[in-house]
Ligand binder design. Structure first.
Ligand code: XMP
Length: 184
């Protein structure tokens, strides 16, 4: 595929690891009848979420939170912004936040704070990918799919300017202004 430099996570290893993550999440929620509310961060988490949801042996409902992170190359200047939410009542609920990637932590801090404001019983967080950034403060993350290097990645839901979300693998973008990640 044009623009893609290297496949980091292949099509066959993603669902395998996601299924294992679903098992870890289920083990952390032994009361199967109580159920969990997933709050997923749009839009990058949708493919991860679709695979995770179908492997999760728990009573589950879904809420959406839309955060804008990258606007082309202007992300550093803008920081994450809450665009909108579609959430069920989270009061006294067991919540699982699902996001695609943890980089500087700004997005998760914003989402975790919004969820905490709704008075949940417990909040856990799952990310598909985590980069080795210095984060201050470090957001609490309970489940991590893969640790990756600090390169800008696309595919499996992750985009560059809206493109590449449909790639069935996670790949580094070709070297260029975004060849490296934003860890700094
Ligand atoms: P922060 O820095 O807030 O970043 O932890 C998390 C959000 O930023 C986006 N992001 C990326 N998107 N390739 C992408 O397509 C990347 O390498 C990347 N790094 C961060 C993403 O929306 C994530 O939720």
């Amino acid at each position: 595929m044009e623009g893609v430099a290297e496949i980091l996570l292949h099509e066959n290893e993603l669902p395998t690891r996601v299924a294992a993550l679903a098992g870890e999440i289920a083990d952390a929620h032994p009361d199967r009848d109580r159920g969990i509310t997933i709050v997923t961060v749009l839009s990058g988490s949708i493919v991860f979420l679709a695979d995770l949801l179908r492997q999760l042996p728990l009573k589950t409902r879904l809420g959406l939170i839309h955060v804008s992170s990258y606007a082309g190359r202007n992300r550093v200047a803008r920081g994450p912004t809450l665009i909108g939410t579609s959430l069920p009542d989270l009061h006294d609920q067991d919540v699982l936040i699902v996001d695609d990637i943890l980089e500087t932590g700004g997005t998760l801090r914003l989402v975790q704070s919004a969820v905490a404001d709704a008075g949940p019983r417990a909040v856990r967080t799952a990310v598909l990918l985590r980069k080795p950034c210095r984060r201050d403060p470090e957001p609490t993350v309970d489940f991590v799919g893969f640790e990756i290097e600090d390169v800008f990645v696309v595919g499996y839901g992750l985009d560059y300017n809206g493109w590449y979300r449909n790639l069935p693998y996670v790949a580094a973008l070709r070297a260029g202004p975004l060849g490296h990640g934003m860890c700094g």
